[in-house]
Design a protein around this ligand. Structure first.
Ligand code: SF4
Length: 202
């Protein structure tokens, strides 16, 4: 079975959508292969593109602070994005680009098999729950097959709108409590009900 290193190498040489053309580096993801928490953002920004690492800019600093608030470090979790190359001028990734890149994210989830997947912001949320808004469903654990999802605001949202920060901090505390439970209570919900995609193994 291919491992994360192999996957990262394939991402680095991928030409399956046009995003690689304007990017400096691929940003496949990083963190513990045994992570219980897996965070999924939208796509790399300028600093992530320059360094080839996810969440290393201002939003990454917010994420680091939130992780520290529940006693975790970046190395304890896994951090990835919906698309692995930076969209030009930080535009939203196109649906075709998200679709082309989905195979890598799905493989990462299978390899890491986290206890909780945290879609950060609306683009990641839309993979599973395209009819929902992040303001409505953040901080509520939901189940899709074997997968437990815990949608949260994107940390960048707290930079643009400081009023979001308390909700983000609260959700992290709740997630920290859930993580200590053997069985995480989550709303059962199928992607068919919400119109999302279902990972083949989940
Ligand atoms: S964004 Fe994803 S699908 Fe597009 S070139 Fe990069 S790795 Fe390949």
């Amino acid at each position: 079975m291919p491992d994360l290193e192999d996957l990262h190498a394939r991402v680095a040489s991928c030409t399956d959508c046009a995003l690689y053309k304007s990017a400096i580096n691929a940003v496949p993801g990083e963190g513990s292969p045994n992570a219980e928490l897996m965070f999924i953002g939208e796509g790399p920004g300028a600093q992530e593109d320059a360094q080839g690492r996810p969440f290393v800019g201002p939003a990454g600093q917010v994420l680091n602070q939130l992780l520290a608030s529940i006693g975790l470090k970046r190395e304890d979790v896994y951090i990835a994005n919906m698309v692995k190359h930076r969209p030009p001028d930080n535009r939203d990734p196109f649906p075709g680009e998200i679709q082309a890149c989905a195979k890598y994210l799905e493989e990462q989830i299978k390899l890491i098999n986290p206890k909780v997947v945290i879609p950060l912001g609306r683009h990641a949320l839309a993979k599973w729950f395209p009819k929902d808004t992040i303001s409505k469903v953040h901080g509520r654990p939901r189940r899709v097959g074997e997968l437990t999802l815990f949608p949260q605001y994107h940390p960048a949202a707290a930079l643009h709108n400081p009023a979001i920060r308390p909700a983000l901090e609260h959700d992290f505390q709740e997630m920290g409590k859930l993580l200590r439970q053997e069985d995480i209570p989550a709303e059962p919900e199928t992607p068919e009900e919400s119109g999302g995609q279902q990972l083949s193994m989940f």
